[in-house]
Design a protein around this ligand. Sequence first.
Ligand SMILES: O=P(O)(O)O[C@@H]1C[C@H](O)[C@@H](CO)O1
Length: 272
Amino acid sequence: KTATADWLMSQTKHRPQVAIICGSGLGMLADTLKCQDSFAYADIPGFPQSTVQGHAGQLVFGELKGKTCVCMQGRFHMYEGHSLCKTTFPIRVFKLLGVETLIVTNAAGSLADGFQTGDIMIIKDHINFPGLVGLNPLCGPNDDKFGPRFPAMSGCYDKGLRCLAMEIAKELGVASVLQEGVYAMVGGPNFETIAEARLLHRLGVDAVGMSTAPEVVVATHCGLRVFGLSLITNKVVKSYEDTESVNHEGVLEIGRLRSHTVQQLPNSLSYF
Ligand SMILES: O=P(O)(O)O[C@@H]1C[C@H](O)[C@@H](CO)O1
């Protein structure tokens, strides 16, 4: 990680305070950065590679409303075959670069009855299903340089940033599509069966996806302030009568349709 951070600092003058991870189809979050320096993951020493459509695979540095940001256009998922250590590798690099705030975004399917496709959910909390059975990026020897052996996760989605996002959404006139809820990470890459969807619903999950939780665990461990957003790209099928089914192209399409709205919140938040 140190070698990667040193290499990046030798290649760009930007010293980011905010890092943004773009979810599936949400790579446009980087487009508004000014004075950009971009690096393909393939050219960054030690960086893993993106293999999923909708994840461009580059790191973009730039200025956003006077704050310096670094944006991951493309994240790493456990289902791609990456170890969780690789999946979360960029988070510790960001910490070494001086980042203080992490904004994570993802595409997710909704289970909550009141949610609509195209809604944006502020993540209040998560259920890390892989983590609960020991697939946790913090497994193995603890690196005390980054954080403690047993980090608390009870406040991992910063309350101040969540409240601020609500206020900003009202000012932007997008409060009607804003929700708040619990995100659950499943391993993927298959979407849920109906029985699995019903189980998640009964457990109080509002939205389900295949990422984010490991990144947030590692970020919280090393003391980053975290804000998370899910774009609801589909309703998870919960009924045997329902003939619809979800696919990745549909997920990306909703990202394209909602790109403007999704862009507004991280843009405004990174200012604080
Ligand atoms: O990277 P995210 O979590 O946004 O990607 C979601 C989960 C799967 O990778 C993919 C399914 O369409 O979108």
